[in-house]
Design a protein around this ligand. Structure first.
Ligand code: SF4
Ligand code: SF4
Length: 183
C-alpha cells in the first residue's frame, strides 16, 4: 500500500510538473512571438502584416482597424525603447525578465514593498502617472487618466503589470511608491 501510494504521488508530481512545463512553454511562446512582432514593427511593414496580432497583444482585439490612430505612436515607442535598451543602462525593459516568467498584475511582494514615504493608499498610485509619462506612452489616456491597454497581454507579460522589477526600474521611472526589500 505504501509503495502504491508513493507511486501515485510520483505520478501526481510528474503530471503537475508536466502541466507547469506546458504553461511555461506557453508563457515563453507569447514573449517570443512578441519579440518577432516587435522587430517587425520597427520596419513599419510589420505593423501592417501583423496588425491583428499586434492589436490583440495590446487591446485583446484582432479588429486592428479600430486602433489605426495608435499605428505611428506604437512605432515611435518601439524605436524609443530600442534606443534606450542600447543607450541607457538603467532602462531594463525585457532584460531581467526570463521568457518563462509568469504574467503578473503586480510587483513581486517578496522583492518589493511600498515605501514608508508613500502617504497614499497602498493599492493605488494616487493619480500618479509618472512612469507612463516617462516614455510618453501612447497608451496613456490623459483625458481619463488611465491606461488604454490595462491588463492586456502586453501589460501582463512585460514591464507594466509587474513594475518594478529592480532598483534600476524604480530609479529610471523616478517612482516614489515602491522600494526594493533589503534581504
Ligand atoms: S501602464 Fe499603460 S499607460 Fe502606463 S506605461 Fe504601461 S502601457 Fe503605458
Ligand atoms: S511612478 Fe510609481 S507611483 Fe507613479 S504611477 Fe508609476 S508605479 Fe505608480
Amino acid at each position: 500500500m505504501v509503495s502504491a501510494s508513493l507511486e501515485m504521488n510520483g505520478v501526481m508530481d510528474y503530471s503537475e510538473k508536466d502541466a507547469m512545463s506546458i504553461v511555461k512553454i506557453k508563457w515563453a511562446l507569447v514573449r517570443i512571438v512578441y519579440f518577432y512582432i516587435y522587430i517587425a514593427m520597427l520596419s513599419g511593414f510589420g505593423m501592417v502584416i501583423f496588425a491583428p496580432i499586434i492589436t490583440y497583444y495590446f487591446f485583446g482585439d484582432i479588429r486592428f482597424w479600430r486602433y489605426s490612430g495608435y499605428f505611428f505612436p506604437i512605432m515611435r515607442l518601439a524605436y524609443l525603447m530600442t534606443y534606450l535598451m542600447f543607450r541607457d543602462r538603467k532602462y531594463s525593459f525585457h532584460r531581467s525578465l526570463p521568457l518563462t516568467a509568469p504574467p503578473l498584475t503586480g510587483p513581486d511582494p517578496a522583492k518589493v514593498r511600498v515605501s514608508d514615504q508613500w502617504q497614499h493608499d497602498e493599492k493605488s498610485c494616487n493619480s500618479c502617472i509618472r512612469c507612463c509619462l516617462k516614455l510618453n506612452c501612447p497608451f496613456l489616456d490623459l483625458k481619463e487618466n488611465k491606461c488604454a491597454v490595462y491588463d492586456s497581454v502586453y501589460w501582463r507579460y512585460f514591464n507594466c503589470g509587474r513594475f518594478p522589477l529592480s532598483q534600476e526600474d524604480i530609479d529610471f521611472y523616478e517612482c516614489r511608491k515602491w522600494e526594493m526589500k533589503r534581504n
